[in-house]
Design a protein around this ligand. Structure first.
Ligand code: ZN
Length: 335
């Protein structure tokens, strides 16, 4: 394994996208508390169970499109949602950056750096946008990126495809949903006396005495270059009622594959034990929770959406609605 393959490149959305999400989520949270609709944030993230979500590609060839589509079958086999790639005679649906109407809800690209995806219905939320980079929920914007796949696929690329498509189906990172003690298990700080030392690519490495960089230092250097607040945002536990969380699942494909030095103990109980390729049983259970098959559960979710819609539309005239409010009403109206 060469150095490049051991690098930890974390998937993260552009800061402009995250900032827009935070503004929107703060509004939804306030609204939810005010109206007794606390489930709003998690419910609105998922696509309506039983429907087909369209996928389109910006670049890449037919063979790559087929491989990506094939890799997602493990996901759709485990839940009541279909992914429609528009396959016809070996050709797959495409989208363009000039589109003004949605060619697809999930708009895949291979031309940006890194791997990332908007979460669930954020993929069609035009208030979530990084216009400078063409990333966001608008029709001509990338919602899911598999950087470099058109020229070179990483080891376990199918696992990367599944990880990003699970985001696109409203999954968050398992390490933030944990019920365990993994935040305390991370080595946030450098070993005492660590002398900042970099390899020829600028990556922070142990110093001459074998003292190791901590997570803040390591992620502060290439290839991630994250400031501390971004590390906190992505790795600190979010104790939030909006996140549908199961027990900590070390086999989940949603876990980052950190190197051993990220943890205080080796082996760590918080380190992933899955193959990084296939969905775990926990991932499959999570999918079935989000996109249930049973009539009773579908009915319950539908009723909840109807109640929320009635609460929200009964309040004030259409003219006074903010873009956030209108978006929520549009989403609930699709149930
Ligand atoms: Zn991720």
């Amino acid at each position: 394994m060469n150095a490049e393959e051991t690098d930890v490149v974390l998937d993260s959305l552009p800061d402009a996208v995250v900032a827009a999400m935070e503004v929107r989520d703060a509004w939804r949270k306030r609204k939810g508390q005010q109206d007794g609709l606390e489930f709003l944030i998690s419910d609105l993230a998922r696509w309506r169970p039983g429907t087909a979500v369209r996928v389109a590609f910006l670049d890449g060839d037919d063979a790559l499109h087929k491989d990506v589509a094939d890799a997602t079958r493990q996901i759709t086999d485990a839940c009541n949602l279909r992914l429609d790639f528009g396959e016809s005679g070996g050709k797959y649906r495409r989208w363009k950056t000039t589109d003004t109407a949605y060619a697809a809800e999930i708009r895949v690209s291979f031309d940006k750096g890194g791997f990332w995806s908007l979460v669930g219905t954020d993929s069609t939320d035009s208030t979530i946008s990084d216009p400078l980079n063409g990333i966001g929920g608008g029709p001509g914007q990338r919602s899911l990126n598999l950087g470099g796949f058109a020229t070179h696929r990483p080891d376990r690329w199918q696992g990367t495809v599944r990880h990003e498509f699970l985001h696109a189906l409203a999954f968050h990172h398992a390490h933030q949903n944990l019920r365990g003690t993994c935040e305390q298990e991370f080595r946030w700080e450098d070993d005492p006396g660590y002398v900042p030392t970099r390899d020829d690519r600028g990556v922070f490495v142990p110093d001459a005495q074998g003292r190791r960089p901590g997570i803040y230092t390591y992620l502060g250097g290439p290839p991630n270059n994250w400031p501390r607040n971004k590390v906190d945002h992505n790795l600190r536990t979010v104790e939030s009622p909006d996140v549908i969380a199961g027990p900590f699942d070390p086999k989940s494909v949603m876990l980052y594959r950190f190197q051993p030095f990220f943890y205080k103990s080796d082996p760590s109980a918080c380190a992933p034990t899955g193959d990084g390729l296939n969905l775990s049983d926990g991932d499959k259970r999570g999918l079935d929770l989000l996109y249930p098959h049973t009539e009773a559960e579908l009915h319950r979710l539908g009723e909840r959406a109807t109640t929320a819609l009635e609460t929200l539309t009964g309040e004030e005239s259409t003219a006074n609605r903010s873009v956030f409010e209108q978006r929520v009403i549009d989403l609930l109206g699709e149930w």
